[in-house]
Design a protein around this ligand. Sequence first.
Ligand SMILES: Nc1ncnc2c1ncn2[C@@H]1O[C@H](COP(=O)(O)OP(=O)(O)OP(=O)(O)O)[C@@H](O)[C@H]1O
Ligand code: SF4
Ligand SMILES: [Mg+2]
Length: 308
Amino acid sequence: MELLSGRDIKVYFPIYKGLFRKVAGEVRAVDGVSFGLEKGEVLSIIGESGSGKTTLGNSVLGLYPPTSGTMTYMGEDVRKAWFTGKIQSVFQNPYSSLNPRMNVLNIVAEPIFRKEKHLNKEKLRIRVGEILETVGIEASAMFRYPHEFSGGQRQRISIARALITRPQLVILDEPVSSLDVSIRAQILNLLSSLKESFDLSYIFISHDLATVRFLSKSVLIIYRGKILESGDKKSIFENAANPYTRLLLQSARDIVITSEVPERAGESHGCPFYKRCPNGDEICTKVFPDVTVLEENHHVYCHHPFVH
Ligand SMILES: Nc1ncnc2c1ncn2[C@@H]1O[C@H](COP(=O)(O)OP(=O)(O)OP(=O)(O)O)[C@@H](O)[C@H]1O
Ligand code: SF4
Ligand SMILES: [Mg+2]
């Protein structure tokens, strides 16, 4: 059974205009996305800035409940899992995601305060100390404050906070993008070993395909709220069929967003990538492509894919 499954997930945000905040349109941040995640798997969600990655991750977390679509966790409505701490997250920026007024003990313990109110202070300290040591921070550091730590150490503290409730699924939203290149490999290695020791599954969000190559099993390529290609790691890295995936693969460095990325409201019915696509033609402006199954674990949404 899949750990997590999403079918035709849509997350739309209203756009308000004028003094009376009349609804003037909607941002289709996630627009009909389907995915599945097996237990122990790493599913990467890749796309440029504004493509809807964080919104999709937040919909799994329950921060932005889907506007429509169905999401199940272990075969049951995902809403159950939102209240049990089984799904946790690590965000991109460890400078803004850790409350500067709280010490590490309170930051890491926060997710279990609500869940396990009976836990006494001594037991809580032991549990926080243990999880800190697991992520490579000395237990004695729990009385210090975030500003006393480096970026890499702060991200380790964020990871400790995510793991304290013993989750099964962790959403990693650009967990290394804001770190020095020299630290990134350390954190990726840590995430990889924690996955094994805690029997975790990950959703790994990134704008950079190279970062996820190490950890992922499968990859979703998303552009302006729509999946353009999905597949196992080998299909995406060795046989990419969608022109957008190829563009991402060719970008050795971070993608620079151009002004060509069109506005999101009032979308056309066609492929959202057509204004930038070298293969695009008239049909692409009018009709969003149906799925083409290239292999069992390789699906592309494109009128003119590269096929091998
Ligand atoms: N709370 C919100 N209200 C209105 N629009 C939103 C909200 N959150 C996100 N959006 C819009 O939804 C779209 C997708 O945003 P999202 O943050 O999910 O993208 P992203 O792929 O995570 O980008 P980045 O790589 O920059 O983090 C954007 O157009 C964004 O402006
Ligand atoms: S559907 Fe058309 S515009 Fe979209 S990626 Fe394929 S060829 Fe390009
Ligand atoms: Mg984001």
